[in-house]
Design a protein around this ligand. Structure first.
Ligand code: ASP
Length: 310
């Protein structure tokens, strides 16, 4: 039994400038981050699992339309929503992942159901939704995810043929993917990540978020990681696992490995973004190479901290 627990969450990295933020918006974002952090912390504090904590925190972020996951997800080129998510625990390295969901309110809970109850790890689209029905998980209509703001973001770039990271919208400064990493009192690590992807993405595009080892990774004794940023680069860098590998085989600290990925490997490949990571000692690292990243952390003995800007 370890004597410590720790939890970190993120709501995406990107062009998040204080100059473009109102105090009302800042408060709204901080409130949801706080709510998600506190809900996860309550689980950890009472001896609950890191897996329960990351699922709970991510569910709350998915339910907020401020973030690009669950409600408030960005639009594809075809005016639909296709949601991706994954979850992993570090003790047995069990995982659940989904891609191309159109009707699941909380994709991260479906990931959890896959982790718990399926012989498979990764389910897509209708197959994933059929599994959800079997598990008694209720489905919602596509409209549930839509907001006016996301529609405007799509209309602005739809004909350009370009995709756009939610949080790289220079005009609206909107934001991304959500995630959580945790260490529980048993010494177990877990990570979870959920997203609507990128605005104007093609039908069937899959980013890093649902890919174990790219968007999400957890291994006891090493680290747990949740990524956010330009998914194509994170996929090619096998980002989350790369951090673990640098620690496991290269002897780097959590901080060294996390910073090397975000300030070295990813930008050298041409990508941008951030990540949150945690190790077996409860150290937390939250690097990003953009203007800001919605992020928050808490650990036993240290009160909640919420940050947005650099
Ligand atoms: N990584 C996500 C994706 O490429 C986007 C994000 O982090 O905002 O789908």
């Amino acid at each position: 039994m370890s004597k410590i627990y720790a939890l970190a969450i993120h709501g995406g990295a990107g062009t998040i400038l204080k100059s473009a933020m109102t105090s009302e918006k800042e408060t709204a974002y901080s409130n949801v981050l706080r709510e998600a952090l506190e809900a996860g912390e309550r689980i950890l504090k009472s001896g609950g699992s890191a897996l329960d904590a990351v699922e709970k925190s991510v569910c709350i972020l998915e339910d907020s339309e401020l973030f690009n996951a669950g409600k408030g997800s960005v639009f594809t080129h075809d005016h639909t929503h296709e949601l991706d998510a994954s979850i992993m625990e570090g003790r047995e390295r069990k995982a659940g992942a989904v891609t191309g969901l159109k009707r699941i309110k909380n994709p991260i809970s479906l990931c959890r159901a896959i982790l718990n109850h399926s012989e498979h790890v990764f389910l897509m689209a209708e197959g994933a939704e059929e599994f959800a029905r079997d598990q008694g998980i209720s489905l919602v209509e596509q409209d549930y995810f839509s907001t006016g703001l996301r529609r405007e973001q799509l209309e602005r770039i739809r004909d350009s043929g370009k995709t756009q990271l939610d949080h790289a919208d220079d005009e609206l400064k909107k934001f991304g993917t959500v995630g959580a990493v945790a260490l529980d009192l048993n010494g177990d690590l877990a990570a979870a990540t959920s997203t609507g992807g990128i605005t104007n993405k093609r039908y069937g595009r899959i980013g890093d978020t649902p890919v174990i080892g790219a968007g999400t990774y957890a291994e006891n004794g090493v680290c747990a990681v949740s990524s956010t940023g330009h998914g194509e680069f994170y996929l090619r860098a096998v980002a989350a696992y790369e951090v673990a590998a640098m620690i496991k085989y290269g002897g780097l600290t959590l901080e060294e490995a996390s910073r090397k990925l975000i300030h070295g490997i990813i930008p050298q490949m041409g990508g941008d973004g951030g990540l949150i990571s945690i190790d077996a000692q409860g150290e937390i690292c939250m690097p990003f190479n953009t203007e800001g990243m919605y992020r928050a952390s808490v650990s036993k003995g240290q009160s909640a901290q919420i940050f947005i800007y650099r």
